[in-house]
Design a protein around this ligand. Structure first.
Ligand code: NAI
Length: 459
């Protein structure tokens, strides 16, 4: 099967970068990314590349190269589906907020809508690719919907989960550790292998059956998050015993069986995926009656929630058990550096805890807008939107943000925070000048010498 036209449904953090790179690397394939969100599509089509809806280092350059050549962004979903040989589904699969499985299971309504729309709009055979992260055996449901509601054309379903990390998405897409393709139909699998083989070494393209591929994505995220929760659990023990968690991480990470990556203690993991995918894994295990398996993985989430709460509690306790009316400056709101994504960011939950104590929170993040900060807090429904705007200020200048602050809390590991003039900041702050470093980012010795009261996790 020769693929000349690809359609991707969902122009988000995955669909946008992934398809832009396919278009860049496969100039012979026309790639159209569609979305029902008109604003998002308009932003992808913006002539000013600094206004793309997703911030990722290197993304603007890729879009500049391919857009208008063989990469297109559109709201005309039906036409793009009808013309494509291969349709990627890259829509959101959030945790369910209602009904059975509320707070645990993945909400598949967007996936089902896509399947019905694909079935209705298709007048020729197509390969359908699951790019979204989905519960194991979703392909079965997709096949049933496509088969029962379609126009008699053939659909082959493939699973091709995405392993990119936000903040390094373009690097990850250009040089993936592996590409995973699950499927039952050899020709369809080969067609997708051929797309990736344009730039990915063949030995890095793994093929499996559908169910292994679907389950591998949930498992990969569960293992990654588990490492963070494991080192964070040790960080609390370090604080009680005089051990230093960075030293422990280095000592164990040099063991080749353990390895050095993903062993950095922090205020806790965030992002749209880890929590949602583990909750989904836990839900699936419970559905099959596997309660020990479910409890085992659920502990990763319990530990992460504990770490965020503990960080906020420590701020309050250290500041003489009251933060009411005190200005506390957050450096960073994004869930990690080099992205404007704030979904499930630890900053949101730490802010929420401090706001409940009537703190005045001032936020500075190089890539996150005030609108987004307020939207994240309003979404929690912990207090009224007016109250959030009364207690929280978002500023564009870090020095203004920290002036007269009682404390600074580092919530995101943006590199620029390390380059600030910390002497000047200390002079402008209330005394004692507290720093709570949730990312272990700043040089503790230096800050101590300057005269800060510096607290880092796991020390
Ligand atoms: P997102 O929320 O940024 O983007 C999803 C887009 O799909 C939205 O723009 C939405 O308007 C659109 N959409 C929903 N229903 C639609 C429909 N019926 N027709 C057209 N457009 C529709 O989500 P994101 O982050 O891109 O994630 C997508 C999937 O990829 C999820 O399943 C996620 O778990 C998975 N994933 C995400 C990663 C990440 O780093 N964000 C990494 C790997 C996988």
């Amino acid at each position: 099967m020769n693929i000349s036209k690809i359609c991707c449904i969902g122009a988000g953090y995955v669909g946008g970068p992934t398809m832009s790179v396919i278009a860049q690397k496969c100039p012979g394939i026309t790639v159209t990314i569609v979305d029902i969100n008109e604003q998002r599509i308009a932003a992808w089509n913006n002539a000013d590349l600094s206004k793309l809806p997703v911030y990722e280092p290197g993304l603007a350059e890729v879009v500049a190269e391919a857009r208008g050549r063989n990469l297109f962004f559109s709201t005309d979903v039906d036409t793009a589906i009808a013309e494509a040989d291969m349709v990627f589904i890259s829509v959101n699969t959030p945790t369910k907020t209602y009904g059975k499985g509320k707070g645990m299971a993945a909400d598949l309504k967007y996936i089902e809508l896509c399947a019905r729309q694909i079935a209705a709009a298709s007048t020729s055979d197509k390969i359908i690719v699951e790019k979204s992260t989905l519960p194991v055996r979703t392909a079965e449901a997709l096949q049933s919907i496509l088969h029962n509601t379609g126009n008699g054309v053939n659909f082959h379903i493939l699973s091709n989960p995405e392993f990119l990390a936000e903040g390094t998405a373009i690097q990850d897409l250009h040089h993936p550790d592996r590409v995973l393709i699950g499927g039952e139909n050899g020709e369809a699998v080969q067609a997708l292998v051929d797309v990736y083989a344009s730039w990915v070494p063949r030995e890095r393209i793994l093929t499996t059956n559908l169910w292994s591929s679907e389950l591998s994505k949930l498992t990969a995220n569960a293992f990654l998050a588990q490492r963070v929760s494991s080192i964070n659990a040790i960080s609390e023990l370090c604080e009680r015993t005089g051990a230093n968690v960075d030293e422990v991480a280095r000592a164990i990470g040099t063991d080749s069986r353990i390895g050095p990556k993903f062993l950095k203690a922090s205020v806790g993991f965030g992002g749209s995926c880890f929590q949602k995918d583990i909750l989904n894994l836990v839900y699936i295990a419970r559905t099959y009656g596997l309660h020990e398996v479910a409890d085992y993985w659920e502990q990763v989430i319990i530990m992460n929630d504990h770490q965020k709460r503990r960080f906020a509690d420590n701020i309050v306790q250290t500041m003489y058990n009251t933060v009411s009316g005190k200005k506390i400056t957050f450096l960073g709101w994004a869930f990690k550096k080099d992205t404007n994504d704030t979904r499930e960011s630890a900053a949101i939950h730490v802010a929420d805890a401090l706001l409940s104590e009537e703190a005045n929170v001032v936020v500075y993040d190089p890539k996150v807008t005030a609108q987004q900060v307020y939207a994240d807090l309003d979404y929690l429904c912990s207090r009224s939107p007016e109250e959030n705007r009364r207690l929280v200020t978002v500023v564009n200048d870090p020095y203004d943000a920290m002036e007269s602050a009682h404390a600074v809390a580092v919530l995101t590991e943006w590199d620029e925070f390390k380059t600030y003039n910390w002497h000047r900041i200390k002079d402008s702050m209330m005394k004692p000048a507290f720093i709570f470093d949730g990312r272990k980012l700043l040089p503790d010795n230096k800050l101590g010498q300057i005269g800060f009261q510096y607290y880092a996790i796991g020390e």
